[in-house]
Design a protein around this ligand. Structure first.
Ligand code: ZN
Length: 163
């Protein structure tokens, strides 16, 4: 994946994130790319659908259709925020081995899941963050500034892991 390609695909995900923000949702977007083209798009729709599970990445993966079904090994999930465990799990179960994200989300600890859980690690070949991170962050500053506390890992967790 060369950089102009990576950035072009991330810009498509950022366009979804902006549309979500304008609609009053969390400004998070995702796309699935195959052979340099966007094959499906998703955005946050929790408020619209009254579902905590209406995440951008999940929607993009569910909309991949035949191209994703046939060629999942070559597909790349681009998302504007590091995937949560739900969406990481969806990528694993969809056999999409490449994940590229913009803004890290240390609160969800998905990087630790990729590192520590062998089943997940065996499915994920690419797990890369920081692509156009500032542009993703700017959308949170504009549409959902409270979420920056989570993205900057300033929120005290309800439960601490066992010693
Ligand atoms: Zn998610």
């Amino acid at each position: 994946m060369d950089e102009p390609y990576v950035e072009a695909m991330m810009r498509a995900a950022l366009a979804e994130a902006k549309a979500a923000g304008e609609a009053g949702e969390y400004p998070i977007g995702a796309i699935v790319a195959l052979d340099g083209e966007v094959i499906s798009r998703g955005r946050s729709r929790q408020r619209e659908l009254r579902s905590q599970l209406a995440h951008a990445e999940l929607e993009a993966l569910q909309r991949g259709g035949d191209p994703l079904w046939e060629r999942h090994d070559d597909a790349v999930l681009f998302t504007t925020v590091e995937p949560c465990p739900l969406c990481l799990g969806a990528a694993v179960m969809a056999d999409v081995p490449h994940i590229v994200f913009a803004h890290p989300d240390p609160a969800v600890q998905s990087a630790q899941i990729v590192e520590r859980i062998p089943y997940v690690a065996a499915h994920i070949e690419t797990y890369r963050g920081g692509v156009l991170q500032d542009e993703s962050r700017a959308l949170f500053e504009r549409y959902e500034p409270r979420m920056l506390d989570w993205l900057d890992d300033r929120v005290v967790r309800h439960r601490q892991p066992p010693d």
